[in-house]
Every structure is written in C-alpha cells, then in structure tokens.
Design a protein around this ligand. Structure first.
Ligand SMILES: C[S@@+](CC[C@H](N)C(=O)[O-])C[C@H]1O[C@@H](n2cnc3c(N)ncnc32)[C@H](O)[C@@H]1O
Length: 207
C-alpha cells in the first residue's frame, strides 16, 4: 500500500474521534500557537492537510482560504466547523503532493501537523508542490513536531511515539526543515514554540 493510501485509510477511520483525542493538546498547547501561523499573511491562503478545521478561528480577516485534505471524513468535520461569518473558506479533497491548482495561485500556504504525518519520500514532493502553487515571494508556514534533544524529553517522546505512530501515522523524525533547500525554497526562520519539541518554520518562495 502506498503512503498516501495508508494515510487516507487511517484518517478516514480516525476522523470521528480526532477532535476528542486531540482536545487536551488543542486547549493546553495548540490554541495559543495557531495564530502565529497567520502572522502577516493575507490574500488567498492554502491550508494544506486542514483536517477538521482547527485553524479556522485564526484565519486572517479579509483573507480567502482554500483548505485541502486527503480524507473526505476529516473534511466533512471541517465543513461543520465553517463559521457563518468571517473569511471565505473553500474545501477540496486533494493530495498535497499532487495539487490541482495552477502555479502561483496562492499568496501563502500553511500546514499544521501535516509534514510530521507525511512519509519521508513525500516530504520533498509536497514542499515542491507548495512552492509551485504559492506565488514568488509568498510565505509558507509549517508547524511540526520534531525529536527533542534533552534526555528527559527524549524519553517522554520515546514513550509517546508508538501511540502517535499508530493513531496518526505521525513521527518526530521527519526533519522537514532539512528538505526545504532541496525543494527550491528559502528557509527564513526556524522557531521552537514548545520547548525544543515543536517547530514553526517560515519558508519563502524565491522571486
Ligand atoms: C495530524 S492531522 C492535522 C490536521 C490539522 N492540520 C490540525 O492542525 O489539526 C494531519 C492531516 O493531514 C491529512 N493528510 C495526510 N496525508 C495527506 C496528504 N498526502 N495530502 C493532504 N492531506 C493529508 C490527514 O488526512 C489529516 O487530516
């Protein structure tokens, strides 16, 4: 089974429980970090691997958003979360490594906890697709878990990792930042937002 099919099956299965499983992390950790993704962004924004739409409350005013995800069941949950008022949000089922959008059709793109789910062989193709669809000079922001350095935190991650791999197909070892130059993108900033465990990457599409 290819990596995308296995991710699709997993998220189709987990969609009804996803928000519940993530609830403690969402409220204790992610909610304060998500606004950082959209700092200074506007225009037409792609939310790649949008899941159940947890970024929705933080979309910038006046922006127009296209959210894509591999899993129709996750998108169905996102559709229910769509606010009555606020930015225009379009939802599309799509693989981030095979985007059905013309070149330079977005001003910016974001992805939260997508690249820690993508298999190693999809990291560069997915980054290249984001590069293709975001206009030159546009920004791409990625929020991802990484493997920490401290002994105690490494131990915590080692205990947590089997569950995260089983439930979400995610890993702490993707090191997405190292693939950015290979995809023809410029790494502008790497910022730890939770200890040395969660990274916010700001990447620019070269002009
Ligand atoms: C860990 S969830 C994160 C969801 C959401 N971004 C959030 O912050 O809660 C990962 C999401 O990526 C989606 N996904 C996995 N592989 C994908 C791919 N190749 N293309 C698009 N979406 C994908 C999954 O269906 C899932 O909804």
């Amino acid at each position: 089974m290819c990596a995308a099919t296995s991710a699709l099956n997993r998220y189709q299965r987990i969609a009804p429980f996803y928000d519940l499983l993530d609830l403690p992390f969402e409220y204790r950790r992610y909610r304060r970090i998500r606004p950082l993704l959209f700092d200074g962004l506007g225009g037409r924004i792609l939310d790649a691997g949008m899941g159940t739409g947890r970024n929705m409350p933080f979309y910038p005013r006046g922006a127009s958003i296209v959210g894509i995800d591999l899993s129709p069941a996750m998108l169905a949950r996102a559709a229910r979360r769509k606010p009555q008022a606020g930015p225009a949000i379009e939802l599309r089922q799509m693989d981030v490594a095979l985007l059905d959008f013309p070149p330079a059709s977005f001003d910016a793109a974001v992805a939260t906890f997508l690249f820690c789910v993508l298999a190693e062989e999809l990291q560069v193709p997915a980054l290249r697709e984001l590069r293709r669809v975001v206009r030159p000079g546009g920004t791409i922001r990625l929020l991802e878990y990484v493997r920490p350095h401290g002994r105690l935190r490494r131990l915590g991650v080692a205990l947590w990792e089997p569950w995260v791999a089983w439930a979400y197909g995610a890993g702490f070892d993707r090191n997405t930042a190292s693939h950015v130059p290979e995809a023809g993108l410029e790494l502008v900033e790497t910022r730890f937002v939770v200890h040395d465990l969660m990274q916010l990457l700001t990447v620019r599409v070269p002009v």
